[in-house]
Design a protein around this ligand. Structure first.
Ligand code: GCB
Length: 613
């Protein structure tokens, strides 16, 4: 899906701000026709933001079901005979959109953009009543999955299997877009590099889809450093070369624009859209992750979109602050744990050269973990007709395809993560994942594909790693296991790493999680879990293991910052494994990592000095 863009042929108006708001307590508002008139409410809700933390009302916070949002949208007089759409960056988890009394779209899945066509409902110079019904319910047909329990007193309770709060709302910006009826609707750009005496040459290939009347395509490739054209071309599908190409480089960036013009036979402009891209190569070979042919060592974090007040609502300043802190600490990469992040976030990574492991919202596909680590009790089979079934798999496939469709042109994205910590030690998990790994490869043959492995499925139990290109491990030696005993933890961790190396030769290993909950300000001279001192000692131990094996090609600490979770006896106002607190103040470990990662980065691409055991 293309981004909203102001160009000579396209207009974009923001619809963010205060919307009328009403909680649908019995989830029968649509049947009662609330969308058919002005919402009967005195409440308002800010867009974008999560609903949960802004109302001083526990019932609103804990409501399981629908919220109604509504506003009137003024259609400009001068828009003429054009297509008019409303575009949502994301609505968590599901949306039904009405224009006046008419349903114009429904969308299942909380982290992806979607559009609804308003053209037939909009009168130039008139207003349209836009109602969005936001549904926060998760069941086993959803990604991520969940289950709704009915409590003894009749209340609904949303059970879910992931360790972050189930924030809900219109989480990303809403735009009103006007574009020509004949327009560019998609573009896929792939790049390659050939080396020569006069520097590298970039080969850029495009494949453009357009809607409406047949039209010609002309292409100009523009270097963003100079705003100057560096190549031209034509045709819906074609290619061009960039001599002495400026490669997209970790830590630096380096972008070009593919400027697409749809023109009629006389050469008159119909539509113009600019898609940014970078020229770089990515390859997994001989235990290494190569970017532009050079080994890359990942440093950084698994992160969350999570803040006070707005929850998972997108705020540009929050993204910027997180990115500035990544730079301060010397991180060169991140994983979008455990769902696709906002498009603004990804654009920033493209511009600034931050390397991204891009993850689908497939988290919690493991009833064993939910029953164990996170404190539940009952553990039915993960895969089965009443749990994760064919419908779940179909939705999962769709989420993989949507993510790749949204982010395929991003140079920052070097690896797809199709799931976090799913069950992967059973035959049923292999049956579930084999077609999904293939779906990712079909959708994008240019990037490696992986999934994130859980501690319950080490090398001698796992049944799916051979389907993927890299090994991504979430490990908590010294925290959930051997708690506080770092000597024993280190021994166990080394033994597991050696097991993976022996059983999966050639596959590089990235530690995508390792961490210890830490309350800022708590100290001890002993190895006392929850203290800042223990967190540093824990990470020193992990670093020693990472430094000991060449096959380990990355470390992404869990987590960048403390974040909100559901209530539970293993969580004190949320998960506290952050290097930063929830309000982004550094814990002692942040200084430790800064020192370590800045030294690693000094050798460019984060590559370290030769390892010592
Ligand atoms: C994990 C999960 C992550 C949790 C983390 C923890 O393995 O992937 O979502 O937050 O552990 O802190 O327990």
């Amino acid at each position: 899906m293309l981004a909203p863009q102001l160009t000579p042929t396209r207009t974009v108006l923001p619809l963010d701000g205060m919307w009328r708001f009403r909680v649908d307590w019995n989830n029968d508002g649509i049947d009662a026709g609330w969308q058919n008139s002005r919402l009967d409410t005195r409440h308002e809700m800010a867009v974008p933001a999560s609903v949960n933390d802004v109302f001083a009302d526990e019932a609103v916070r804990n409501h399981v079901g629908c919220y109604f949002y509504q506003r009137d949208v003024q259609i400009p007089m001068e828009w003429g005979d054009r297509q008019i759409v409303v575009r949502f960056g994301s609505v968590t988890h599901h949306a039904v959109v009405f224009a006046g009394d008419t349903e114009i779209t429904r969308f299942k899945g909380g982290y992806m953009p979607f559009e609804a066509d308003l053209t037939a409902h909009a009168t130039l110079g008139g207003t349209v009543r836009l109602t969005v019904v936001v549904d926060n319910r998760l069941d086993y047909t959803c990604i991520p999955p969940g289950r709704i329990n009915i409590l003894g007193d009749g209340r609904r309770e949303q059970e879910y299997l992931h360790d972050f709060y189930n924030y809900s709302g219109i989480h990303r910006s809403v735009h009103l877009i006007s574009r020509p009826r004949t327009h560019v609707s998609d573009v896929t750009i792939t790049t390659d590099v050939t080396a020569g005496d006069a520097g590298a040459t970039g080969i850029v290939t495009w494949d453009i889809t357009a809607e409406g009347e047949p039209a010609e395509v002309t292409i100009t490739i523009i270097d963003q450093r100079t705003d100057e054209p560096v190549a031209t071309g034509s045709g819906h599908a074609g290619s061009a070369t960039i001599t002495d190409v400026n490669l997209w480089t970790p830590g630096v960036g380096g972008l070009y624009d593919l400027e697409i013009r749809l023109v009629d036979q006389d050469g008159t402009l119909i539509d113009l859209y600019r898609q940014h891209f970078g020229v770089r190569t990515v390859e997994v070979a001989h235990n290494q992750f190569l970017i532009n042919g050079r080994p890359f060592y990942f440093t950084g974090f698994g992160m969350h979109e999570d803040h006070e007040t707005v929850g998972k609502g997108h705020v540009d300043a929050h993204v910027l602050q997180d990115m500035e802190l990544l730079s301060w600490i010397g991180a060169n990469s991140l994983r979008t744990s455990h769902y696709p992040y906002s498009e603004q976030w990804m654009d920033y990574c493209d511009r600034q050269g931050i390397v991204v492991i891009d993850e689908t919202p497939a988290v919690g596909l493991n009833l064993g973990v939910a029953g164990g680590i996170l404190g539940g009790t009952e553990v039915p089979a993960t895969f089965g007709p009443d749990t994760l079934n064919d419908q779940t798999q179909a939705q999962h496939k769709l989420e993989i395809e949507r993510l790749i469709a949204r982010d395929k042109n991003r140079p920052s994205v070097v690896l797809w993560s199709i799931a976090n910590e799913p069950e992967s030690q059973t035959d049923a998990s292999r049956e579930y994942f084999a077609p999904l790994a293939q779906a990712a490869r079909d959708a994008d043959p240019t990037r490696p594909v992986g999934f994130v492995n859980v501690m319950l499925a080490p090398y001698d139990r796992d049944k799916i790693t051979d389907l993927f290109d890299v090994i991504m491990l979430n490990r908590y030696y010294g925290w959930y296991f051997q708690t506080g005993d770092l000597a024993n933890a280190e021994r166990e961790m080394r033994a597991e790493v050696e097991g993976w190396i022996t059983t999966h030769p050639g596959k590089p290993i990235i530690f995508t999680e390792f961490g210890a909950d830490t309350v800022a300000g708590l100290h001890s001279i002993y190895h006392q879990p929850w203290t800042e001192d223990f967190q540093v000692a824990y990470h020193r131990m992990n670093s020693r293991v990472f430094d000991a094996y060449d096959e380990i090609i990355g470390e992404q600490m869990w987590n960048f910052a403390d974040f909100q979770t559901k209530v539970g006896i293993v969580r004190v106002d949320g998960n506290k494994k952050g290097a930063f607190t929830r309000d982004r103040r550094p814990k002692a470990v942040a200084r430790y990592l800064r020192d370590r990662w800045r030294k690693l980065d000094a050798a460019a691409y984060g590559r370290r000095e030769p390892k010592q055991n």
